[in-house]
Design a protein around this ligand. Structure first.
Ligand code: G1P
Ligand code: ZN
Length: 543
């Protein structure tokens, strides 16, 4: 074993958030950088001695080298065993599943999610604990503290191990099990969904397109959709994980999955389209001529989950992040189950899932999941949709109009203002915050504000309170605007403005979201004084 000494230089000690540590790839490649983070993690969890971990990544540039470094370090730190995906690949939800199925102590995910890959793009690493979910605050805090004082890491002077072949190997005194990253996940899905029924749907001529975006879900989607479920060969496109995701952003939204969107809006559109992100936890759902917003998708899944065997007894409750539209609340209300509004970020769902308070949860940013793992899960959402389509024998568009006719429609859009100078963004948020208490009753751009506040979350499981989770402004007639600053942006600040307008079951549901949200959008421009403060009123990205 060798102990490498490092000066405190290489590690800037950024506090890892709930999505782990994200940096430019070249930063991770600096001597000792990755090593410091991994050693800090081992130190923070009381050492690696005799522990078992899962390791896998989304296949982006540096994945292969990083896994080898981490295996050597795990062995040098006394770990008993590492379960690693073949060629170093495992999707985020499948890592979560392996941690749980194999009763391990935790696991490492190598990914920067939906961000681009390559030597000049992004890399990331995240540690998940034994429930399969992201490390909680007290562990990330301890990791951060470790990084501030770390001066050495433990490793071995050994050659790379062969991760291409399924086998059990040894490295020092540690065992390495190279596993098929798909198998356990596939078994889990087969237990939740009626594969025979979905197979019959495909046999009946149902056509689908799944865009794996050159990322990790390719092998999963091929095996399950084309293999187990008999979807036509070629259903899964961009199925081979590549180090730079084919030069694109593996971000499943209408902008980055434009080729899929164009096909779905064309005359030759198949019945159903879907996409997943770099590490496989996000999803996009689109029917023929019908894009489904993530907020609506969560609501439809909640209303219909009982049609799938894994959820046949109904749901304990549904949780959504605060900026996600209230569509799922309407479903929960009618089902007579609990609904929860949590701050942005998956970690807040973990407690609710562990405590059995909710079965489904989701975010407007294309993350949907359930208690089957402790991460959001892209392919799972796609399979639940397929199971529902197989049972209801209706098109996506028909399911959506039925849904709105039953529960009403929550028109929704998110506007992102990127690379805003940090000071200007803070000035805008502070400006609104100090005025919040005067808003109620005020008329802005022809619409009346009924209530405004800064969102705080009281965790019903552990009693913790999270303040400062975004600003909510509720308008007369079912409108709502939410303002918050992104926690994952990389350049300056990203201001996110979430617009929502509810139309009850008897009101028209065929407006464009732009038209339905126009009043709220104008009110936000006026309230924030954004023209003066950030010099623009048009966002960079609308989703
Ligand atoms: C974004 C999304 C949020 C998600 C997070 C991690 O965070 O908005 O829903 O949980 O990425 O995937 P944000 O940049 O808004 O802080
Ligand atoms: Zn992701």
């Amino acid at each position: 074993m060798s102990i490498q000494t490092i000066s405190k230089g290489p590690f800037e000690g950024q506090k890892p958030g709930t999505s782990g540590l994200r940096k430019k790839t070249r930063v991770f490649m600096e001597a000792g950088y990755l090593e410091c983070f991994v050693q800090a993690t081992f130190n923070a969890i009381g050492g690696a001695k005799d522990k078992t971990f899962v390791m896998g990544g989304d296949g982006r540039y540096f994945n292969r080298e990083a896994i080898q470094t981490m295996l050597r370090m795990a062995a040098a730190n006394g770990a008993k065993k590492v379960i690693v995906g073949q060629n170093g690949l495992v999707s985020t939800p499948a890592v979560s599943n392996l941690i749980r199925q194999r009763d391990t102590d935790g696991g490492f995910v190598l990914s920067a999610s939906h961000n681009p890959g390559g030597i000049d793009a992004d890399f990331g690493i995240k540690y998940n604990v034994c429930n399969g979910g992201p490390a909680p605050e007290h562990i990330t805090q301890s990791m951060f503290e470790q990084t501030q004082s770390i001066h050495e890491y433990h490793t071995l002077d050994t050659p790379d191990v062969d991760l291409a072949t399924l086998a059990t190997l040894t490295l020092g005194d540690m065992q390495i099990e190279v596993v098929d990253p798909v198998q356990d996940y596939r078994d889990l899905m087969a237990g939740l969904f009626d594969f025979a029924k979905i197979k019959a749907l495909f046999e009946g001529g149902f056509r689908m397109r799944f865009d794996a975006m050159h990322a990790v879900t390719g092998p999963y989607a091929k095996a399950i959709l084309e293999g187990d479920l008999g979807a036509a060969a070629g259903t899964v496109i961009n199925a081979h994980p590549s180090e730079d995701f084919g030069g694109g952003h593996p971000d499943p939204n209408p902008f980055w999955a434009k080729v899929l969107m164009d096909e779905m809006m064309s005359d030759e559109a198949p019945d159903f389209g879907a996409a997943s992100d770099g590490d496989g936890d996000r999803n996009m759902i689109v029917g023929r001529g019908a894009y489904v917003t993530p907020s609506d998708s969560l609501a439809v899944l909640a209303a219909n989950a009982h049609l799938a065997p894994g959820y046949k007894d109904g749901l304990a409750g549904v949780a959504r992040s605060m900026p996600t539209s209230g569509a799922s609340d309407k479903v929960a209300e009618r089902l007579g189950i609990a609904s929860y509004e949590t701050p942005t970020g998956w970690k807040f769902f973990g407690n609710l899932l562990d405590a059995g308070k909710v079965t489904l949860c989701g975010e407007e940013s294309a993350g949907t999941g359930s208690d089957h793992v402790r991460e959001k899960d892209g392919l799972w959402a796609v399979l639940l949709w397929l199971n529902i389509l197989a049972e209801r024998k209706q098109s996506v568009a028909e399911i959506m109009s039925d849904h709105w006719a039953t529960y009403g429609r929550n028109y929704y859009s998110r506007h992102d203002y990127e690379a805003v100078p940090t000071e200007a963004a803070n000035a805008l948020m502070n400006g609104v915050t100090v005025k919040l208490s005067d808003f109620a009753g005020r008329e802005v751009a022809g619409t009346k504000i009924v209530m405004a506040d800064e969102f705080s979350y009281h965790d019903p499981v552990d009693g913790s309170v999270s303040h400062n989770q975004g600003l909510r402004i509720v308008f007369d007639g079912g409108g709502r605007a939410v303002l918050r600053l992104s926690g994952t942006g990389t350049e300056g600040a990203t201001l996110r403005i979430y617009l929502e307008q509810y139309a009850s079951s008897t009101e028209p549901h065929d407006l464009t979201p732009e038209a339905a949200l126009d009043k709220i959008r104008k009110a936000v421009i006026e309230i924030t004084d954004m023209q003066t403060l950030i010099g623009r009123t048009e966002p960079d990205v609308k989703t």
